[in-house]
Design a protein. Structure first.
Length: 211
């Protein structure tokens, strides 16, 4: 009687599934063991609004003073790398975490009157506003905290997102219309991931970059 044998492909599938399950359990345990409470409040320019991160209340955009503010839009919006306001329009990074622990970032446009939110671009991070007033973002971007060059989950995620390069060799810099969010200019370059990004793109006007 012949013994049943696994094919190489079947073995790879079993190993992959086991690795994913192990990672999922590990991420869950780490999150459950986080003992540090969070309560941070970041005002948004010259507005009555602020971005809040909290262990006790929903993350999101709040209106009013820190101790009495009320939630107007729930979500994990970033203030660390860039947030841009133009009239009653707010451009911001919104972070989400997958079940397997990947942190993703989308660029969103928020109406500060109706608080309607529109996702402008996925896998895109706002870096700030350039000297001539246009918001500047980087598309085709995987968060450094995900360790995209070595994390197999990033390679798996990028298979369904053709614009992503898990090796992070280059990305696309985009300048946006501050009113509509439409792309005014873009270029794909390794400089998009450079430590000199601020000097190359934010400290200059759009006209200077075009030249």
């Amino acid at each position: 009687m012949n013994s049943p044998k696994f094919s190489v492909n079947a073995l790879l599938i079993v190993v992959t599934v086991f690795a994913v399950i192990t990672l999922f359990v590990t991420v869950g345990i780490v999150n459950m063991r986080n003992p540090f409470p969070v309560n941070e409040y970041y005002p948004i320019e010259d507005t009555p609004y602020a971005v809040r991160y909290s262990t006790y209340r929903p993350n999101g955009i709040y209106k009013g003073p820190e101790n009495t503010c009320t939630l107007v839009l729930e979500g994990s919006f970033g203030t660390d790398w860039g947030i841009a306001k133009s009239g009653d329009t707010l451009f911001a990074n919104e972070y989400t975490t997958t079940d397997l622990g990947l942190v993703l970032c989308d660029l969103v446009k928020i109406d500060l009157i109706s608080f309607e939110k529109e996702v402008l671009m996925e896998d895109t991070i706002l870096r700030g506003t350039c000297s001539s007033g246009e918001p500047v973002c980087v598309s085709g971007f995987l968060m450094p905290s995900d360790a995209p060059q070595t994390n197999p989950l990033c390679a798996l995620y990028s298979m369904t997102h053709a614009e992503l390069d898990p090796r992070q060799q280059e990305a696309e810099v985009k300048y946006l219309d501050p009113q509509t969010g439409a792309v005014l200019y873009s270029e794909r370059t390794p400089d998009a991931l450079s430590d000199d990004f601020d000097a190359l793109y934010l400290a200059r006007t759009l006209r200077e970059v075009r030249k």
